[in-house]
Design a protein around this ligand. Structure first.
Ligand SMILES: NC(=O)c1ccc[n+]([C@@H]2O[C@H](COP(=O)([O-])OP(=O)(O)OC[C@H]3O[C@@H](n4cnc5c(N)ncnc54)[C@H](O)[C@@H]3O)[C@@H](O)[C@H]2O)c1
Length: 257
């Protein structure tokens, strides 16, 4: 039996990178997936790669809008009458040095990352509880949630908040049989690595510090599929006693100093 047979998952930010890899991996494990993201064309392309229209629903929308979370949960309920897994993955990264960061930039970051995770978790667990489904919530955070880097204050603060939100969910939802965990990636080769048209992974700084001098002991960034397989672990029965955990997936980066 495949890990997600007869199961239904919502994945936010599913149009690219880790979200797209997760959707494809979940479908490979026989799960049905509700793809959420801002750009319908991107979601359509991921659906085409999955190639199983009977297992895919598309919900274009912004996670800052409460109607997007409501619509995604409704889509799962109307189409398959259940929801087993939520992967809150949508985020943006916009490096701006402090104190130049505006209050609006902070609000937008928190609205997408923290409030987005809140909106989806609330709608998802309402349906899971009503249907008595032992669901799983997986929030994709970042090593920025524990490690500090210049120009990333709003992103780091938002990711740290989601780590703690995840632990709170784990404590509160265990009585319903629902587990909540987070995955905290290090560097991953996705569109998010491209800032102002430059792929951070191709810069001399990254190659010198993280690869040549092995600040990442594995001397490379992750492929999105390597994060997706860890999300699958936390979304499946294989992790049945893991709850409230933030699983760092960084090739050993945060072990060094
Ligand atoms: N790439 C990395 O190095 C890295 C490292 C650590 C953590 N992460 C985290 O992994 C997750 C996935 O990022 P990725 O690396 O795949 O990058 P990505 O840019 O490919 O994926 C993010 C997706 O979220 C979507 N999105 C952004 N804001 C949204 C909004 N308001 N509403 C709906 N969709 C929205 C984007 O359109 C995009 O498809 C993010 O939570 C990110 O913070 C990435």
């Amino acid at each position: 039996m495949n890990a997600l047979e007869n199961q239904v998952a919502i994945i936010t930010g599913a149009g690219s990178g880790i979200g797209a890899a997760t959707a494809i991996r979940f479908a490979d494990e026989d799960g049905a997936v509700v793809l959420v993201g801002r750009t319908r064309e991107q979601l359509d392309r991921v659906a085409q790669r999955i190639g199983r229209p009977d297992r895919v629903a598309i919900v274009p929308g912004d996670v800052t809008q409460p109607s997007t979370a409501e619509g995604a949960v409704r889509a799962a309920d109307e189409r398959w009458s259940r929801l087993d897994v939520l992967v809150s993955n949508a985020a943006t990264f916009n490096p701006v040095a402090f104190p130049d960061k505006s209050a609006n930039e902070w609000r937008e970051m928190l609205d997408t990352i923290l409030m987005g995770a809140f909106r989806f978790a609330r709608e998802a667990c309402r349906l899971m509880i009503a249907k008595k489904i032992p669901g799983r919530i997986v929030n994709v955070t970042s090593i920025h949630g524990t490690q500090a880097e210049a120009a990333a204050s709003s992103y780091g603060a938002a990711k740290a908040a989601v780590n703690q939100f995840t632990r709170c969910l784990a404590v509160e939802l265990a009585q319903y049989g629902i587990r909540a965990n987070a995955v905290a990636p290090g560097f991953v080769d996705t569109p998010m690595s491209v800032v102002d048209g430059v792929n951070e992974l191709d810069t001399p700084r990254f190659q010198e510090l993280y690869v040549k001098h092995r600040r990442i002991p594995m001397a490379r960034a992750a492929r999105p599929e390597e994060i997706a397989s860890v999300i699958l672990f936390l979304a499946s029965e294989a992790s049945s006693y893991v709850n409230g955990h933030v699983l760092v997936v960084d090739g050993g980066l945060t072990c060094t100093f």
